[in-house]
Design a protein. Structure first.
Ligand SMILES: Nc1ncnc2c1ncn2[C@@H]1O[C@H](COP(=O)(O)OP(=O)(O)OP(=O)(O)O)[C@@H](O)[C@H]1O
Ligand SMILES: O=C(O)[C@@H](O)C(=O)CO
Length: 424
């Protein structure tokens, strides 16, 4: 058994499967561990990369730091050679954190003082230029992320955003340096480090820039970023001939019944929900009715799932446009609204197992964290890609339940149909 090359700490579950997908794309075997494992590492002992999925993006800072350090400690015991902190390609965070405090704690624990920061994911339209984050060509602060229910992003300047979250100095490795190639960028990073910078935000507007960065930063013990840089790092391992030969068979799955659970209000998910609901049975959650009678709402939806739908795939969703979300948050409080909906969708996921559903698509990072936690899944094997950043996964060790955890803004409008076609 060889030690894994890379240990990834992901701050949410969809981000974890996104990173695992990008690593698998370039030929690494990657396993996703749900939470810090209390599990027999034998189960994942073949993997080139271990990805620990945390739900640390929006929890209080202290909890995020504790969980991330526990994940790092576990990955170190597995012998990982290098570490990666995966956060969202839209840098989802608040002025308190959690990206800065978690990165600070990981650097301290590793005895390091410097790392790179690059959320760019060009395949999904997220690019960094002049230290500013763009989403589909729009500044982050002009994109739908400005209305995110939990982490509204109203500033696209990553240096400013990160500086609010850390006492370490934040600097920029700009596009000109990246364009000049690996050696020039390595020199630029070294200069920033010598000037006392702890975090170098690095510009990247395409995959070649990410590959340059992965090579220029390959000596760092810890790198941080989105799944794009993680994939580029994987590519670097492959080019360096460091991967173990591929073993085992491709994951397979036969759908008995499929259920889609959406708690994501992101623009992409809302379009996907609308398209699927136009052709399939769909139940829309009313958060205010839910707050008045959580048990009654659960019972009502379980009865709905039990109806004879002739084998069709079903959708249950709370997805709503931002004005409705804001009104619900005003009436219920943001956290109460979120936890009521997350609990309901989790309870439905658990109940679905007794109703012969063996295939779940979950939309939304927070929602996925809640659902997978409630299901008690320990680890996921990464299967075929549905859309960039969203793979099918099979729950280990039985591989009977297939799960797709979709980040809010990922996937084409026909994502749900496309996902189910993969196993047809
Ligand atoms: N109608 C609604 N009103 C208020 N809050 C809602 C509503 N629907 C969902 N929510 C809450 O909004 C949050 C959405 O976050 P989630 O991470 O699941 O989706 P996302 O932000 O679109 O995905 P990602 O983090 O992957 O980009 C959840 O906590 C969810 O419970
Ligand atoms: O990086 C992304 O955009 C996603 O993996 C994610 O983290 C969304 O929750």
């Amino acid at each position: 058994m060889t030690a894994p090359l890379l240990g990834v700490i992901a701050d949410d579950f969809t981000g974890a499967t996104d990173a695992a997908n990008m690593l698998a794309r370039v030929g690494l075997s990657a396993a996703v561990l749900i939470g810090v494992p209390a599990l027999d590492a034998e189960l994942v002992s073949h993997a080139d990369a271990l990805v620990v999925a945390l739900k640390s993006r929006t929890v209080p800072v202290a909890g995020a730091v504790t969980d991330s350090l526990a994940a790092l400690a576990w990955l170190r015991t597995q012998g990982c050679g290098q570490f990666y902190f995966k956060y969202c390609s839209t840098f989802d965070s608040t002025p308190h954190g959690n990206i800065g405090p978690v990165a600070d704690a990981l650097l301290d624990a590793l005895g390091e003082t410097f790392t790179v920061v690059c959320p760019a994911l060009p395949v999904n339209g997220r690019t960094v230029y002049g230290g500013h984050l763009f989403v589909g060509g729009q500044l982050l602060s002009d994109s739908p992320m400005r209305d995110h229910p939990l982490t509204p992003m109203t500033d696209a300047n990553l240096l400013r955003v990160l500086a609010q979250q850390t006492s370490r100095r934040v600097g920029l490795a700009d596009a000109a340096g990246v364009e000049r190639g690996e050696e020039a960028l390595r020199g630029q990073l070294a200069r920033l480090r010598a000037e006392g910078v702890g975090y170098a935000v690095v510009d990247a507007t395409n995959d070649a820039h990410l590959r340059t960065l992965a090579r220029a930063a390959s000596h760092l013990k810890l790198l941080t970023g989105g799944s794009g840089l993680a994939g580029a790092l994987g590519e670097d391992y492959r080019m360096g001939g460091q991967l173990a030969p591929v073993s085992g068979t491709a994951p397979r799955h036969v759908i008995s019944r499929a259920l889609i659970l959406s708690g994501s209000c992101s623009a992409a998910t809302r379009a996907q929900v609308a398209q699927f609901a136009a052709q399939h049975p769909a139940f829309t959650i009313d958060p205010l009715a839910l707050s008045r009678d959580p048990a009654g709402t659960l019972a009502q939806i379980v009865d709905w799932l039990k109806q004879d739908w002739g084998g069709q795939s079903l959708l249950v969703s709370s997805s709503a446009p931002s004005d409705q979300v804001k009104e619900v948050q005003r009436l219920l409080g943001t956290e109460r609204a979120a936890s009521l909906i997350e609990e309901l969708l989790s309870d439905l996921a658990v109940a679905s197992g007794d109703l012969d559903f063996n295939t779940l698509v979950v939309a939304g990072g927070e929602t996925s964290g809640a659902v997978v936690g409630a299901l008690g899944v320990q680890a996921l094997e990464v299967g075929p890609e549905i859309d960039p950043g969203v793979p099918w996964t099979l729950a280990l060790p039985e591989r009977r339940l297939a799960l797709a955890l979709k980040s809010g803004n990922f996937g084409t409008p026909d994502f749900f149909e496309k996902a189910l076609r993969v196993w047809a």
